[in-house]
Design a protein around this ligand. Structure first.
Ligand SMILES: C[S@@+](CC[C@H](N)C(=O)[O-])C[C@H]1O[C@@H](n2cnc3c(N)ncnc32)[C@H](O)[C@@H]1O
Length: 413
């Protein structure tokens, strides 16, 4: 074994100085360009370097014990550790932190030990803590919502997924009513109905949806919305510019309105009745309760935008949803704009790969590759015009159109 290589695990056999060189090179590239692709390349290079110093046996322990990280972050949210430290913006003793919620000192110290280990707080002295960037991040409403939804709503099911898959003899599950969630929670309801039966879960779900873009660049920053959608709007075809199909509380449509405030045409937000009922009121956005599985109520709009909808559903359910959309669209005029992950066939980024499993947890569904997207769209009479790749590892835009004129839906707005 050479002196500058550590034979710790498969990924770590590259000589250390080669990996250090890669990190330096990637860091320089990022500092010069400040673009997403270079940032991700630098992050991956740094992560490969870290792996070299980890012994394989320890790596297994770290992996198996890692759920304690998110668990302690979730407890810390309840103990208001992040908000207390951020507000004080200086050293706070263990006693003071525990006192906020009257928690036991030893228990609070056990939580803080993990938080310090993962950088969510820093230890200024023995049992004296100061905030870090991550402490402050956890005071962000949307970051809290991510932990609350994935941990509170999803974790009990996640823990049962291997057991559930054994009962299915490892079939790739599909169908909103017979998945791991129904198995673990002993319910026959789909996620969207089941959350209505649990106090606080509807808010946790809808706030998570507001947070689901994270810091990944918005499509409004890189997709040519003006050229591809707005410029082709024609009042004589329809007075609706864009329908956000199952757009949650309307955050994506509000962002579009604010960036393209001079755009012509109506903006319509659609979702389930209880979701549009609590959607943010916006003078330029109309709200419409609808059902994905019933005829699309808005005919011939310039664009139908769907973000993170079809990944909630199986191919057959997606075909039904898309068929209703196709029937409402005007061939040669209306566009379908899908914002979703497109899984790479090789070297898939970890975030979409993890998201794929969360889809199985919550909706018994999956993320798709380009060929899977093409197949499901084709099954409902759509042609993919273009897969638009995002900068970095965010969601793509899949631009599609109906192949042939389709019988219009009977129900009109
Ligand atoms: C994953 S969320 C995405 C929301 C939003 N597009 C976004 O990206 O933030 C899925 C949305 O589909 C809605 N939904 C679920 N089942 C539906 C149905 N049968 N009809 C209409 N909307 C539905 C949910 O209420 C939820 O807002």
């Amino acid at each position: 074994m050479s002196t500058n290589s550590i034979h710790t695990n498969g990924a770590a056999r590259e000589p250390i100085d080669h990996l250090v060189g890669q990190v330096t090179q990637a860091a320089d590239a990022f500092q010069n360009s400040h673009n997403e692709a270079d940032r991700l390349a630098a992050l991956q290079a740094a992560q490969r370097l870290v792996t070299v110093f980890q012994k394989p046996q320890d790596a297994v322990y770290n992996l198996a014990y890692s759920p304690t990280h998110v668990m302690c972050v979730r407890i810390a949210m309840d103990l208001e550790i992040f908000s207390t430290l951020s507000e004080r913006n200086g050293p706070v003793s263990l006693e003071e932190l525990a006192a906020v919620k009257g928690a036991d000192l030893t228990l609070t110290e056990r939580v803080l030990r993990i938080l310090a280990g993962i950088g969510y707080v820093a230890e200024q002295d023995v049992r004296v803590y100061i905030p870090t960037t991550m402490t402050r991040q956890m005071t962000d409403r949307l970051s809290g919502a991510v932990v609350r939804f994935i941990f509170d709503v999803g974790m009990p099911t996640l823990a049962k997924v291997p057991e559930f898959l054994r009962t299915t003899k490892f079939r790739n599950p599909s169908g909103a009513l017979n998945g791991a969630l129904q198995y673990a929670e002993k319910t026959d309801m789909a996620l969207w109905d089941w959350v209505l039966t649990k106090p606080g879960y509807v808010d946790a779900t809808n706030t998570f949806m507001e947070a689901d873009r994270g810091s990944r660049p918005s499509w409004l920053e890189w997709f040519p919305v003006q050229e591809q959608i707005i410029d082709g709007f024609s009042e004589s075809e329809s007075d609706v510019l864009i329908v956000d199909v199952a757009g949650g509380r309307g955050h994506d449509l509000a962002a579009l309105q604010s960036k393209f405030s001079g755009a012509p045409g109506r903006l319509i937000l659609e979702d389930l009745p209880h979701v549009v009922a609590e959607a943010t009121q916006h003078s330029k956005i109309e709200h419409l309760a609808f059902d994905l599985f019933k005829p699309q109520p808005v005919q011939g709009a310039r664009a139908y935008y769907m973000k993170f909808i079809l990944h909630d559903w199986s191919d057959e359910e997606s075909r039904q949803i898309l068929t209703h959309l196709a029937a409402a669209m005007k061939a040669g005029y209306s566009k379908l704009i899908i914002e979703e992950f497109v899984l790479a066939d090789k070297d898939c980024a970890m975030l979409p790969a993890m998201w794929d499993w969360e889809m199985l947890v919550f909706c018994n569904s999956m993320e798709r590759t380009a060929s899977q997207w093409t197949k499901v769209l084709d099954s409902a009479g759509f042609r993919v015009v273009k897969f638009w790749a995002p900068p970095g590892d965010g969601q793509s835009i899949i631009e599609a159109e109906v192949k042939d004129p389709v019988e219009p839906s009977r129900s009109m707005l």
